[in-house]
Structures are given as structure tokens and as C-alpha cells.
Design a protein around this ligand. Structure first.
Ligand SMILES: NC(=O)C1=CN([C@@H]2O[C@H](COP(=O)(O)OP(=O)(O)OC[C@H]3O[C@@H](n4cnc5c(N)ncnc54)[C@H](OP(=O)(O)O)[C@@H]3O)[C@@H](O)[C@H]2O)C=CC1
Ligand SMILES: N[C@@H](CCCC[NH3+])C(=O)O
Ligand SMILES: O=C(O)CCC(=O)C(=O)O
Length: 601
């Protein structure tokens, strides 16, 4: 009999009397005197391993002869085993030691020349589980799943990304004690910081693009995914939301690759809300509110012009670009080379990709104290239909900056610095390179060229413009400062500019949005309606950008979870059931807008 049991004298006596011939010995691994074997008052030893228990007499004697049950109860028994085990194991292991010592754990397993024994024993190599041990990931996942399931009736939200705009999203959603958030990012410090600051938030470090299986299993365990990752990653996230029938919200434009998912999103019966931030986001909502009001009184929308900028507050604009980053720096830089299309006085205007935007700049003087300029943003004409203003003669969406931005930024574009193509020159395993050397490479001159000659070559390429040259020098582009390691030139410039153009202590940002709507009333009067939204960031608090993107995104997330948004398929905030509650609820978060109208015939 092999069992775990507590023996009292009476039990043993009973067993002994009834099954005398069968109960020969008890091996007591508890060795707990007076404990589970009540009558054992002393342990036996390695030198004298056995004693006899005579249950009839209720005595213990050392002889193994005579009546009784043989008892073995050695308390230090486990300590005796390793002597033999170590020798045996050591003998087996020794032939493989040299092979193991010479191995390189940073190499993938298939690049190692291991013997089958060692190869089969490698659990992880180069940061990845080897094929034989992939099951460990499944074990981990099922443990995480079990942990999540213990949360019971709680609402589980997966927030992806922990960058500039994520914090208000998590802060708003965790106000509800029934919400549990898993916050995922490849930036461990950021995500740990968020999880420490907000209750019910579990951090997870993970590169979403490199761990698809894990992403899918995470998505499955949540009721809603909020993706605040770079926009290029959203289609991958959406694919897993569709597969697992989990709703998704992003603050990004519904790009063509997201729009391709319309049918499969509907077929899965889920909602994917996109463009739920500031611009795109609140701009759509403010526009639709005024369009719907116009329609209610039988008026017609003739024109719509909307400009928005994430800017430093004026007192923090002291650099040649007059700009600081309040949202994805790579997104800001890549936007400068996008093409654009808009409708002006009945004519469609196309602007080519590659930086022409920065030549299509207009002064924006409705807030003269702010010294603003604006340039068109993407294809405005595609909103005529969702806005229901197909007969409007003017439809323009644009970006605002302080005057001087476009001219300075066009220098970067002309130099070839806003280039997202892979650049092996800047890879981790390439020799370090300085900004001056990179410039020489772009200008196709030897990297030993003197600074004065480099300047000449720059003038030849971008035009003889001293303010552009001052900008390049201010940003150290002619210096011997090393270029950050990156996949592309724009990737390196992003890292470099992010270091130089971030908000310092005591500094704050602002957002400015201005929508101008021309409304023709049945009386023939033209109403010129303007809606202005100006929000300042809080020193030591949320930036204006984070608030105006994060709160609409969080409010809409809650609406999805609570069943207030039920539309299936791809959705942007253009309908009253969505924009109505959001425009009302942002005021509770301190976001207010002003509306003014003037009438003319
Ligand atoms: N509608 C609107 O008005 C606005 C929309 N946006 C959009 O919202 C989204 C978030 O913006 P923002 O916070 O400014 O962006 P950030 O670039 O600041 O943040 C992105 C976050 O995602 C992480 N990340 C990037 N790639 C991966 C990956 N493969 N796996 C895991 N984590 C990853 C980043 O980590 P790491 O730092 O390590 O790269 C970072 O934490 C973006 O898509 C942006 O374009 C932003 C502002 C306004
Ligand atoms: N278009 C404005 C606002 C963008 C907000 C992010 N989508 C800017 O670039 O500053
Ligand atoms: O996330 C995106 O779609 C791109 C960034 C963005 O919102 C923008 O360009 O304004």
C-alpha cells in the first residue's frame, strides 16, 4: 500500500490484527515525530534505518526480529540521495560540457552545430523557445487565461500602446472598478509606469507585430481592444479581432487596408470604430453636429473648412521648426510627404506626395495672436459622402503649424531626410555614422568633405536659403554627432528630433481646431458658422493632445462595452447616437468649444 495517511496507534493495531500477514512495513517520509504517525516518538537514522513497532504491546524496539511492523522514518533521507545522484548525473553530463560552454545563446538554434542530446536540451535560444519547448508558451497562456477568468464579471479591455496619448484612456476607463485593463507595449518602462499609476491595470511587454499567436490569444480573452499603436499595425490587430469576434477601437484614419476589412468585420458581427480621436475624431463630430442641425432646419451645407494643429503653447515654440511633439513623432514627419486632395470653389485640387504639401501653405489669421499657417491634410473629398455634403463647393481639411514650420521642414524633405525606405547604413550591425557623414551620403559627396563644402552642396540641393541652413545647424545635421540606429533615415531623424523637440519641465502644449461651415438657409441667407476648440496642456498633467484624443477614445470605448454603440462593421463618429453623447461627455473632462455665426445675404 502506498498512501498518504495519518496513523494512530488504534488504526495500526486494527490493521495489524485484521491484515496481520499483509502489513509488513511502513515507510514514513514525513519523519515528523508524534505527527502523522502518532506512535513514532523518534526518527530512525541512516546508520540504523529500521525499527519494529509492536502494535499489540504498543512498543518500539530496535531489533528487526520478532513481532511488529517494520518502520523506516529517516528525517534527513533526501539529503542522502544527491551523493549518488550527483555522481551519476555528472558522469552523464561531462561529455557535453565543452559543447555547451562554446555555444552562443544569441544565435538561432539551427545555426548551432549541437549534438542531438544538447540540441534537444536547449529550451530557448536567441530569445525564442525552441520547437520542442514551444508548449511552455501555451502553458503560460493557459495560466494567464485562468488568472483573467478569475476576474469573473469584470469587463476586460486590451489597450495596445503606451505612447503620448494612452494615459487618459486608461485613467478614464479604470474609473469604473469593474473594468480590468491589460496594457501592452514593447516599451516596458512606459507600460509599467501606467500599470503602477492606475488600478486594475496589468502590464505586458510585447512586440505585437512579432508575436501574432500571443496577440490572438490575448485578444480572445478581452471584450474590447483599444489600439493606440502606430497606424501601420492596426490591420494586423483588426485581423485578430475579426478572427476572435472582439470589438476594436482606434484613433487612426481608416486606411485602405482597414477599409478592406469592412465585409469580414460585418460577417464577424463586430464593431471596429476608427478615427476616434481629435483630428480625426472631434473634427468629424463637430462637423456632423452642425451639418445635422442645418439639415434639421432645411438648410444646405455649401462649404466646410477644418484645420487642426497640435502645437507647443506659444511660449514653448522657441526652435526653428516652432514645433514640439505631442503625438507619434514618426506620424508627424511622414505626414509632411503625404499627397493631398481637396475641393475649393467647385474645383478638385491634387497635391503630389513627396513634400509638395509644404509649398501649399496659407496664412491662417482667425487667431492673429497665434501666427498660424496651414496646409492640406490627406484626401478631404472622400468625406463628402459620409458627411452627407456631396453638393458642397468647398471641402478642405488641413493641418496647422506656427508660421515658419513648412519652410524649415521642406529643407528636411529636400535633403532626403523624410525617407521611410530601409537604410542598411543605419542598421545596428553597421559602423556608426555621423550626421555630417549621412548628409554627405545623401548629397553623394565624399564623407571627408569639409563643412564649408558640405554647406555649398546643401545650398545646391535645397536652394540658397540661410534660414534653412541655420535650421540644419541648430539640429546638428552638419555635426559629428552620431546618427541613431534605425531602420530608415526618417526613423533616425524621428529619434533625433524627439530628443530635441520634447516638452521640458514646466512646458505645455496646446491644440487648436477651427471649423468653418457655410450654411445656406431656405431664406437665402448664408450663415458663416465657426466652431473653435482650443485646449492647453497641463504642466505636470495630461497634454492637450492626450486629453483631446484620449477622452473621446475612452468615452467611445465605454459606449461600446455598455452597448451604447451597437453598429456592426467599420464605424467613424459621424452619427448622432455616437457624437451626441461624446460631445456632451467631453465637457465633463474640461474640453469646451465655442460656436459663432454671422449671417449675410
Ligand atoms: N486621431 C487623432 O487625433 C490622433 C491619433 N493618433 C494615433 O493614435 C495612436 C497612438 O498615438 P501616440 O500615443 O501619439 O503614438 P506613440 O508613437 O507615442 O505610441 C505608440 C506606442 O505603441 C508602442 N508600439 C509601437 N510599435 C509596437 C509594437 N509593434 N508592439 C507593441 N508596442 C508597440 C510604442 O512603443 P515604443 O515607444 O517602444 O515604440 C508606444 O508605446 C497612433 O496610431 C497615432 O497615429 C495620435 C494622436 C492624435
Ligand atoms: N493634424 C494635426 C492634428 C493631428 C492629431 C493627430 N492625428 C497635427 O498634425 O498637428
Ligand atoms: O494614426 C493615424 O491614422 C495617423 C496619424 C494621425 O492621426 C494623423 O496623421 O493625424
Amino acid at each position: 500500500m502506498n498512501c498518504s495517511f495519518s496513523y494512530t496507534h488504534h488504526i495500526v493495531l486494527h490493521v495489524y490484527q485484521f491484515y496481520f500477514s499483509r502489513l509488513l512495513a511502513i515507510g514514513d517520509i514525513s519523519a515528523d515525530t508524534g505527527g502523522s504517525i502518532e506512535f513514532m516518538t523518534e526518527c530512525t537514522t541512516i546508520d540504523m534505518p529500521f525499527c519494529m513497532y509492536d502494535a499489540d504491546q504498543h512498543i518500539i524496539h530496535d531489533s528487526v526480529e520478532g513481532n511488529g511492523i517494520l518502520m523506516c522514518s529517516i528525517d534527513n533521507l533526501p539529503a542522502q540521495l544527491p551523493i549518488e545522484a550527483t555522481e551519476y548525473f555528472g558522469d552523464l553530463l561531462f561529455p557535453y560540457i565543452e559543447e555547451m560552454l562554446m555555444s552562443d545563446a544569441s544565435k538561432p538554434l539551427d545555426q548551432e552545430n549541437f549534438s542531438p542530446v544538447v540540441r534537444d536540451a536547449v529550451i530557448a535560444s536567441n530569445g525564442t523557445l525552441t520547437p520542442k519547448y514551444k508548449y511552455i508558451q501555451k502553458l503560460r497562456e493557459s495560466r494567464e487565461y485562468a488568472q483573467l477568468m478569475t476576474v469573473g464579471s469584470k469587463k476586460r479591455i486590451l489597450v495596445l500602446g503606451s505612447g503620448y496619448v494612452s494615459e487618459p484612456v486608461i485613467s478614464y476607463l479604470t474609473r469604473d472598478p469593474n473594468v480590468e485593463i491589460t496594457a501592452v507595449s514593447d516599451n516596458k518602462d512606459q507600460v509599467d509606469h501606467l500599470a503602477k499609476k492606475y488600478s486594475n491595470t496589468t502590464p505586458l511587454e510585447m512586440d505585437v507585430s512579432k508575436s501574432e499567436e500571443k496577440l490572438s490569444s490575448l485578444v480572445r480573452k478581452h471584450q474590447l481592444v483599444v489600439s493606440l499603436l502606430p497606424y501601420a499595425v492596426h490591420p494586423l490587430v483588426a485581423k485578430h479581432c475579426i478572427k476572435n469576434k472582439v470589438n476594436l477601437l482606434t484613433t487612426s484614419y481608416l486606411t485602405p487596408s482597414m477599409r478592406e476589412l469592412q465585409q469580414s468585420t460585418e460577417a464577424a458581427g463586430i464593431t471596429i470604430v476608427g478615427e476616434m480621436g481629435l483630428d480625426p475624431g472631434l473634427d468629424h463630430m463637430l462637423a456632423m453636429e452642425s451639418f445635422d442641425k442645418a439639415k434639421d432646419v432645411g438648410a444646405k451645407v455649401e462649404s466646410y473648412i477644418s484645420f487642426c494643429g497640435g502645437l507647443p503653447a506659444p511660449e514653448c515654440s522657441d526652435n526653428p521648426l516652432r514645433y514640439k511633439f505631442s503625438w507619434s513623432p514618426l506620424g508627424v514627419l511622414l505626414n509632411t510627404i503625404q499627397p493631398a486632395t481637396y475641393l475649393k470653389n467647385g474645383e478638385v485640387v491634387n497635391i503630389a506626395a513627396g513634400g509638395s504639401l509644404l509649398e501649399s501653405v496659407t496664412d491662417m489669421d482667425w487667431f492673429p495672436g497665434l501666427n498660424l499657417e496651414g496646409f492640406p491634410n490627406r484626401d478631404s473629398t472622400k468625406y463628402a459622402e459620409p458627411y452627407g455634403i456631396q453638393s458642397a463647393h468647398t471641402l478642405i481639411r488641413g493641418t496647422l503649424r506656427y508660421k515658419g514650420f513648412s519652410k524649415a521642414m521642406s529643407g528636411f524633405v529636400k535633403l532626403g531626410l523624410i525617407n521611410a525606405d530601409p537604410c542598411p547604413l543605419l542598421a545596428m550591425d553597421s559602423p556608426p555614422i555621423t550626421w555630417k557623414e549621412l548628409l554627405c551620403h545623401l548629397l553623394k559627396i565624399p564623407d571627408t568633405t569639409s563643412v564649408d563644402h558640405v554647406k555649398e552642396a546643401v545650398y545646391n540641393k535645397v536652394g540658397r536659403n540661410d534660414s534653412n541652413m541655420e535650421t540644419f545647424q541648430w539640429f546638428g545635421l552638419l555635426s559629428d554627432e552620431p546618427v541613431p540606429v534605425a531602420d530608415s533615415i526618417v526613423g533616425a531623424l524621428t529619434k533625433h528630433l524627439e530628443m530635441m523637440l520634447s516638452f521640458g519641465p514646466g512646458e505645455r502644449d496646446m491644440i487648436v481646431m477651427r471649423n468653418d461651415v457655410g450654411i445656406r438657409h431656405p431664406s437665402g441667407h448664408l450663415e458663416s458658422k465657426n466652431i473653435s476648440l482650443v485646449v492647453y496642456g497641463e504642466v505636470n498633467g495630461y497634454s492637450a493632445m492626450a486629453k483631446t484624443v484620449g477622452y473621446p477614445a475612452a468615452i467611445a470605448s465605454k459606449m461600446i462595452l455598455d452597448g451604447e454603440i451597437e453598429t456592426k462593421g467599420l464605424v467613424i463618429p459621424s452619427t448622432k447616437n455616437i457624437y451626441g453623447p461624446i460631445l456632451e461627455r467631453i465637457t465633463e473632462e474640461g474640453i469646451f468649444y465655442n460656436t459663432k455665426s454671422t449671417f449675410s445675404l
